[in-house]
Design a protein around this ligand. Structure first.
Ligand code: GLN
Ligand code: ZN
Length: 763
C-alpha cells in the first residue's frame, strides 16, 4: 500500500482568518485567548481537510512563522527578550515584530519594545522567516509544549500525525551568528536538544517525524556535509522514524550524502528533481522509504494525474510499500481553496488546483495506486479533459505572440549607440544640472486615492469620475515636485494598486483570483496574479497618464513601467513552458509600451526590476543561465528606443557584488538602487567593476518616517563621489514613497534637493 502524506498546510485560512485575528489582537481589539482559540479552530479545520491521508503534518501551523516556532522549541530566544514576564506567545510576537499587542507593551515598562528579529526569504520562495540568532554563547533548552499540545489535538480528532520540525543543520545554516562566531560549533550543543525532542515525541506514540533539511538542495562545503553526517548519526538511536525532507530543488552532488544518512526515509521534490529520482533509487539502501513529491506545491496548476501514474506505477512495482507520495513541498506556498473563487474566469478556473484541490489529487493518486486506475476512473477522466482543454485553448496559445517571439533578434536588445554617445545626446536634450534629483516613482497613496479606487471597483464611481480623481492626484504631485525643484519628475503612480497587478490587469494572458492569498510574512499575504497564456498587450497601458502628467510641466516627466523579470517573479507562472519563454513574451509587451511612450514624447523612461535578484536559482552554478535570459528580456524591453531617450532602471536591494556584470549588461542609462542603510559601501561593487553608466544611490530610507538631514545626504553623496565620478551620480531616495505621508515626503525631499544644490557648488 502506497502511503500518502502531506508536508504542511497553509495556516492563514481560506479567507485570511489568521491575518485578521492577529491584527485585531495586535491592535488591542481582542484577547490573547480569542487568538489562541482561533488558532486551534484553524488547525482543526486544516486537519479535517486532510482526512484520508495516511499521515497529516502537525507543527506546521504557526502564529507568525515556523522558523520562529522552532527557535522557541529549541529555547533559542535572543537575549533581549529573555526574562519576559508575560505569556510566551506575546514574547514570540516581540521577537517577530519588536513589540507585542497594543496595551501590553504600554504597561510593562520592564519588558516593552525590543528590536525585531531580522527577516529574510525562505530559500527561493516569497515567504519570509525570522532569522535565528546565534552567538558563541548560545545555549539551547527544549520546550516541546507547542508540539505536544497540537499532537493531543490531532489525537482527539482521530488522525495519525507526523510532527514536522526543521532539521538541526538547516536551522543553523539559515540563522545568523551575531558575533561572527562559527555557527557550526553550536551543533554539539544543539543535537542533545533534538534527541530529547525526538524522545519526547516517541513517548507520545509518534511513529514518524518529518525533519526538514532543504539545505540539501544547495551547494554545501565539506563542513556542512560533515555536519549532516554528524547530526544524523547522533540522532539515529531515536525511538521514532525520521523522514528527512528536502524540497525546492535538486540533490545533485548531495544525493550520495542524503541517501547514506541513517534515517528511515527520504522525501524529495520530484517536480524539481525528476532526473534525480532514478539515481536516488539506486543509491538508497533497501530498508529506506522514498517519498516522492509528485504534486507541485509551488504553483496553482492541476497535476497531470495520468502522467504521474504512468511514471509511478512501475516504481511502486519495484519499491512496494517503501514508496510514498506527497506534494513536492509544504502547501504553505499556494492559496487554500479554489472553491472560494466566484469571479475567476471559469475556463481558467477549470485548469487550477489550490491546496485543497492538490490534496484531492493526492487522494486520487493514492487510490489509483492501491486499487487500480479503474477505481478512480471518473476523476482521471475529468482531469484529462481539463488538461486537454488547457492545452488546446486559444486563450493559452496565441499564434501572433508566438510569431513575434520567433522574430526576436539580437538587434532588438541593442541600443543604437554606446552609452557615451547616448549620454552626450541626452545631456543636450534634457539639460540637467550636476547631481540631478529625481524620485523612484510613487508618491503617497492617500486615503482619498484608496477611497476613489475602491468606489470605482465597486461600481459606485464611473470611469470619468475615477479618472478625474486620479488626475487631481497627479496634478498635486506634479505641483509639489515643481515647488520642491526636483529635476526629473514622476506622475506619482496614483492609479496603481500594485506594480505588478496594474500591468497584469491590462495584459491578455493574465487572470486574477479573489482569495488566492499566500503568506509572505506574519499577517502579510500577497495575491500573485496568474500568468496562464501567451502574453499580449491589447492597448497602451500608461501613456494616457504619463502624457497627462507631462502636459502639466516643462520639466522632464519620467515614464514608469514594471520590467518583465519582476512581473514574472511576482506571478504564478505557466508550467507548460520555461520561465524564460514567459519572460520574453512579457518583454515584448512592455517593449511596445516603452516605444509608445517614446512616440508620445516621453524622453525618460524607468523600467523597474525590483525583483530581478529574487529569481536567482538556489544553486550558484545555475545563476548565469538565469541572469542571461533575465538580462536579455530587460534589454529587449528597454533598448528599442533612440539615443536621446534616457532609460532608467530601479532595484530595491543592496546586494550587487555577485551580479554586477549582469547589471551592467542591462545597459540602462541610469540605475537607481537602495543604498542609504549600507552607508554607500555597496557602491564598492559598482566602483571595482568600473560600472560604466549613471547611478542614483538612494540617499534615504523610505521605510522609516525619519526625515534625513541635508548634511547627512551631502555626506552620503560625498562618499558616493569617492567611488563613482560625480558627473555620473544622481540624487534620489532608496525607493518609491507610496507608503509615506506627504507630511514626511515634503521635508525629506526639501532636504534632498538642498543637498544636491550644495553638492553642485563644488563641481
Ligand atoms: N516605481 C515603484 C515605486 O516607486 C518602484 C517600487 C519598487 O521598487 N518596489 O513605487
Ligand atoms: Zn524599490
Amino acid at each position: 500500500m502506497t502511503t500518502i502524506h502531506n508536508l504542511g498546510f497553509p495556516r492563514i485560512g481560506a479567507k485570511r482568518e489568521l491575518k485578521f485575528a492577529l491584527e485585531s489582537y495586535w491592535n488591542g481589539e481582542s484577547s490573547l485567548d480569542e487568538l489562541k482559540a482561533l488558532g486551534a479552530q484553524l488547525r482543526q479545520r486544516n486537519w479535517e481537510n486532510q482526512t484520508g491521508l495516511d499521515l497529516v503534518p502537525v507543527g506546521d501551523f504557526a502564529f507568525y512563522d515556523q522558523v520562529l516556532d522552532m527557535s522557541f522549541t529549541l529555547g533559542n530566544l535572543p537575549e533581549r527578550v529573555q526574562g519576559f514576564h508575560g505569556d510566551p506567545l506575546d514574547n514570540y510576537f516581540r521577537v517577530a515584530r519588536g513589540r507585542s499587542a497594543k496595551g501590553i507593551d504600554d504597561h510593562a515598562a520592564c519588558c516593552g519594545s525590543v528590536a525585531a528579529g531580522e527577516m529574510t526569504k525562505w530559500f527561493d520562495t516569497n515567504y519570509h522567516y525570522i532569522v535565528p540568532e546565534f552567538t558563541a554563547a548560545t545555549a539551547f533548552m527544549l520546550d516541546a509544549s507547542r508540539l505536544l499540545e497540537q499532537l493531543a489535538e490531532t489525537r482527539a480528532q482521530g488522525l495519525k500525525a507526523k510532527p514536522v520540525i526543521i532539521g538541526p543543520v538547516t536551522y543553523l545554516a539559515i540563522g545568523k551568528a551575531k558575533d561572527d562566531s562559527n555557527k557550526l560549533a553550536l551543533l554539539e550543543r544543539l543535537l542533545p536538544v533534538y534527541a530529547e525532542l525526538l524522545d519526547t515525541l516517541a513517548a507520545q506514540g509518534v511513529e514518524w517525524v518529518q525533519v526538514d533539511e532543504p539545505i540539501l538542495v544547495t551547494e554545501l562545503d565539506a563542513d556542512w556535509q560533515h555536519a549532516l553526517n554528524t547530526a544524523y548519526h547522533q540522532l539515529k538511536d531515536a525511538k521514532v522514524k525520521l523522514l528527512l525532507a528536502t524540497y525546492f530543488g535538486q540533490l545533485q552532488e548531495n544525493a550520495y550524502l542524503a541517501a547514506g544518512l541513517p534515517v528511515a526515509g527520504l522525501h524529495i521534490d520530484a517536480i524539481n528533481d525528476r532526473e534525480g529520482v532514478q539515481t536516488l533509487i539506486n543509491l538508497l539502501p533497501a530498508h529506506k522509504v522514498l517519498s516522492l513529491g509528485v504534486i507541485n506545491g509551488r504553483n496553482i496548476w492541476k497535476t497531470d494525474l495520468a502522467a504521474v501514474l504512468d511514471w509511478i506505477e512501475p516504481l511502486v512495482e519495484r519499491l512496494g510499500e517503501r514508496l510514498w507520495i506527497a506534494p513536492s513541498c509544504s502547501l504553505l506556498h499556494v492559496p487554500v481553496d479554489l472553491a472560494s473563487e466566484q469571479k475567476l474566469d471559469a475556463e481558467v478556473k477549470s485548469w487550477l488546483a489550490f491546496a485543497l484541490q492538490k490534496l484531492e489529487e493526492l487522494r486520487v493518486l493514492g487510490k489509483a495506486l492501491r486499487e487500480g486506475r479503474a477505481a478512480v476512473q471518473d476523476a482521471l477522466a475529468a482531469n484529462q479533459a481539463a488538461l486537454a482543454a488547457r492545452r488546446a485553448s486559444p486563450r493559452v496559445n496565441n499564434p501572433a505572440v508566438e510569431a513575434a517571439v520567433a522574430r526576436v533578434n539580437v538587434d532588438m536588445g541593442q541600443r543604437k549607440s554606446a552609452y557615451a554617445n547616448r549620454a552626450a545626446k541626452q545631456a543636450g536634450f534634457l539639460k540637467l544640472p550636476a547631481y540631478p534629483t529625481t524620485t523612484i516613482g510613487s508618491f503617497p497613496q492617500t486615503a482619498e486615492i484608496r477611497h476613489a479606487r475602491s468606489e470605482f471597483k465597486a461600481g459606485c464611481l464611473d470611469y470619468l469620475g475615477y479618472q478625474a480623481a486620479m488626475r487631481a492626484e497627479i496634478e498635486r504631485s506634479v505641483r509639489e515636485q515643481e515647488k520642491l525643484e526636483l529635476d526629473v519628475l514622476v506622475h506619482g503612480e496614483a492609479e496603481r494598486n500594485d506594480m505588478v497587478e496594474y500591468f497584469g490587469e491590462q495584459l491578455d494572458g493574465y487572470a486574477f483570483s479573489q482569495f488566492g492569498w499566500v503568506q509572505s510574512y506574519g499577517s502579510r499575504c500577497v495575491k500573485p496574479p496568474i500568468l496562464f497564456g501567451d502574453i499580449s498587450r491589447p492597448k497602451a497601458m500608461t501613456v494616457e497618464w504619463i502624457t497627462y502628467a507631462q502636459s502639466l510641466t516643462k520639466k522632464p516627466m519620467k515614464g514608469m513601467l514594471t520590467g518583465p523579470v519582476t512581473i514574472l517573479n511576482w506571478s504564478f507562472v505557466r508550467d507548460d513552458q520555461p520561465r524564460s519563454a514567459s519572460c520574453k513574451q512579457l518583454a515584448l509587451a512592455i517593449r511596445q509600451e516603452v516605444l509608445d511612450l517614446e512616440q508620445a514624447g516621453v524622453r525618460v523612461i524607468q523600467i523597474d526590476e525590483a525583483a530581478l535578484r529574487e529569481g536567482l536559482p538556489l544553486r550558484k552554478s545555475q545563476w548565469q543561465e538565469y541572469l542571461d535570459w533575465a538580462v536579455e528580456s530587460f534589454r529587449i524591453t528597454a533598448n528599442g528606443v533612440g539615443d536621446e531617450t534616457q532609460i532608467h532602471t530601479h532595484m530595491c536591494y543592496s546586494e550587487f557584488n555577485d551580479i554586477i556584470a549582469s547589471i551592467a549588461d542591462m545597459d540602462a542609462d541610469v540605475i537607481t538602487i537602495e543604498t542609504s542603510r549600507s552607508d554607500m559601501e555597496l557602491l564598492d561593487a559598482f566602483d571595482s567593476f568600473k560600472y560604466p553608466n549613471e547611478i542614483g544611490p538612494g540617499v534615504y530610507d523610505i521605510h522609516s518616517p525619519n526625515i534625513p538631514t541635508q548634511e547627512h545626504i551631502v555626506q552620503l553623496m560625498k562618499k558616493a563621489a569617492e567611488r563613482i565620478p560625480a558627473e555620473r551620480l544622481w540624487v534620489n531616495p532608496d525607493c518609491g514613497l507610496k507608503t509615506r505621508q506627504w507630511a514626511e515626503v515634503i521635508p525629506a525631499l526639501t532636504n534632498m534637493v538642498a543637498a544636491a544644490k550644495t553638492l553642485r557648488q563644488s563641481v
